[in-house]
Design a protein around this ligand. Structure first.
Ligand SMILES: [Mn+2]
Length: 269
């Protein structure tokens, strides 16, 4: 346990309660990490699905929550910023629940002194809402994609292959989706500029990113329904994106092929 030493781990858009949450991957990551800060940047739960009567809660979900609480008990500072799919918890902003601090947004000082503003990102929806593709993805189209994604990964599992995102690959081919992402990132960068912070960290759009523009760093944690991505802060304040579906497979391969310690393959690649 704790082979990967990090200063901070940023995770969002797990969508617990849906069948699409890649809980096994996130649990695997959390069990291998030792961090001072764990930031949950929204849409950890998908309470919209619960209202629809399609709440999916395998035992693994409870194990994941237990793992987070254990980390908090062992001294990791855990901040939970509810998103639009779990806005129910926005009523608990300012409270401490099982060692987890609930906040609307959070300002984190990186080890190198930069100030990072953390928020889920649905705050920027008004800027990017008028987008036909987004509406399509938001409605039936998205459900169909997810169904196809499940079917293809069920097959891949039986073939012994790692998780691969069909819908992500389809969406990547749609230029409009990129336009949406660009508008979202512009809105986030603009907000960071207005707030006078050097770094802004969001989730929400399920598109992991880490880039700098005009002296401001934009980071997006991605998601755990398709991509299994996280943002990490190293001991020196350096930020890096982590793609866990690929990296955890690399760890397995390393363990199989040699006696090399698991930590070695962790954050590189
Ligand atoms: Mn969201």
């Amino acid at each position: 346990m704790g082979a990967l030493k990090l200063r901070s781990l940023f995770v969002s858009d797990v969508h617990l309660g849906t069948r699409d949450a890649r809980v096994e991957y996130l649990l695997d990551l959390l069990r291998q990490v030792e961090c001072e800060n764990l930031f949950l940047v929204g849409d950890v739960f998908d309470i919209w699905k619960m209202r629809g009567g399609r709440w999916h809660w395998p035992a693994l979900n409870t194990e994941l929550l237990q793992q987070v609480m254990d980390m908090a008990a062992r001294g990791t500072k855990v901040i939970y910023i509810p998103g639009n799919h779990d806005e129910f918890f926005r009523d608990y902003v300012g409270s401490l629940i099982a060692g987890v601090q609930v906040e609307q947004e959070w300002e984190h000082r990186l080890a190198d002194g930069r100030r990072a503003l953390l928020l889920h990102g649905d705050e920027f929806d008004c800027v990017v809402r008028h987008n036909r593709l987004l509406k399509l993805i938001g409605n039936a189209g998205y459900e169909v994609l997810m169904l196809m994604n499940r079917a293809s990964n069920h097959l891949r599992r039986r073939l012994g292959l790692s998780y691969w995102s069909l819908s992500a690959s389809l969406k990547r081919q749609v230029a409009n989706a990129m336009e949406y992402v660009r508008k979202f990132e512009d809105a986030a960068l603009h907000h960071a500029h207005e707030r006078g912070v050097e770094v802004i960290v969001c989730g929400h759009i399920h598109h992991a990113s880490l880039r700098e523009e005009g002296g401001i760093t934009y980071a997006n944690t991605g998601d755990w329904v398709e991509h299994c991505t996280a943002l990490v802060e190293h001991g020196d304040g350096r930020l890096e994106l982590m793609r866990w579906a690929e990296q955890s497979m690399a760890l397995l391969d390393t363990a199989r092929s040699s006696d090399a310690p698991k930590a070695a393959a962790g954050v590189t690649a």
